[in-house]
Write a protein that binds this ligand. Structure first.
Ligand SMILES: [Zn+2]
Length: 296
């Protein structure tokens, strides 16, 4: 059994062929371009040449209607991607059952299926360029009535704060992301670091980088405490680019969470780093398509 998994982000489209146990058999990564739908069809056509594909799973940034697989709203990270009947277009073009979900939801399902199937619930926070969230409860992905479940990045954290590209002010995503860590480091150092330089500096305990990570973790701890109080999942998992900062980042986050946890029933150890890595979105979307089509 094989499925195509596709993860559409503002910078890259990642795609691959996945078997029913979540093994990634083939991977293809291309920069996202303006004619996204044509690009997407081309990628699917190329991957389908490998034969025997049973279904397609697409994880896309934006709010996805859980019933129709229609992209209802995407921020400016993906231009011309709001109000797109994605599931219908792909099914009409390729005649294969297709599932479309939000990219963070795909990553959450993938993480749960591959690593946490012995637990009933988790919330995965995907922290990269932005902040996304996905919720699994009783082994089922919670997509919500309108596809907004898990949109934690657009919960207001600081009222009347920084302008967000969703139209509101003070959204959590404007305070918690790798982009924000990079911005803080650039303003204190007077020069920007690339991803590898930043990780290296963090591991070498550069004080300005540590300070930037601590500030972001202070805001992140509030969001995590909110999640435990609101949903009470067994674990909250942190994935995306920020997870590359590793165990020292997790220690900082747990230390920021400790004062909140003290007044609640969860433990700081209930927050963990994701294990699936950068392919979580592709693998999760493909596994969810097989799950929805009762192939696994
Ligand atoms: Zn927002």
């Amino acid at each position: 059994m094989k499925a195509l998994g596709i993860d559409i982000g503002g910078t890259t489209i990642k795609a691959g062929i996945i078997d029913e146990t979540g093994n990634l058999l083939l991977r293809k990564i291309v920069p996202t371009n303006r004619s996204l739908m044509e690009q997407l069809k081309e990628i699917i056509r190329t991957l389908m040449k490998n034969g025997n594909i049973s279904c397609i799973g697409i994880g896309s940034a934006g709010r996805i209607d859980p019933q129709t697989g229609h992209v209802r709203f995407a921020t400016t990270n993906l231009s011309n991607w709001s109000d797109v009947p994605l599931k219908t277009v792909i099914e009409d073009s390729f005649h294969l059952p297709t599932v479309v979900i939000n990219d963070a939801n795909a990553a959450a399902f993938g993480e749960w299926f591959l690593h946490y199937r012995d637990t009933s619930s988790l919330v995965l926070l995907t922290i990269g360029t932005g902040l996304g969230g996905g919720i699994v409860i009783n082994g089922r992905l919670v997509e919500g009535e309108r596809g907004e479940a898990g949109e934690i990045g657009h919960v207001i954290l600081h009222s009347d704060g920084k302008q967000c590209n969703c139209g509101k002010k003070g959204c959590a995503e404007q305070y918690i992301s790798m982009r924000i860590i990079h911005e803080k480091v650039a303003s204190s150092k007077g020069k920007s670091l690339d991803r590898f330089e930043l990780i290296k500096a963090f591991n070498e305990k550069d004080p300005e980088v540590i300070k930037a990570v601590e500030e972001v973790c202070s805001d992140l701890a509030q969001v995590v405490d909110w999640i435990f109080n609101f949903i009470d999942p067994e674990n909250v998992i942190v994935g995306g680019g920020i997870a590359e900062l590793g165990e020292d980042f997790l220690k900082i986050l747990r230390s920021k969470l400790a004062p909140y946890a003290k007044h609640s029933l969860y433990e700081p150890s209930n927050i963990k780093l994701a294990k699936t890595g950068n392919d979580a979105g592709i693998i999760g979307a493909a596994l969810y398509s097989m799950y929805k089509n009762a192939k696994i």
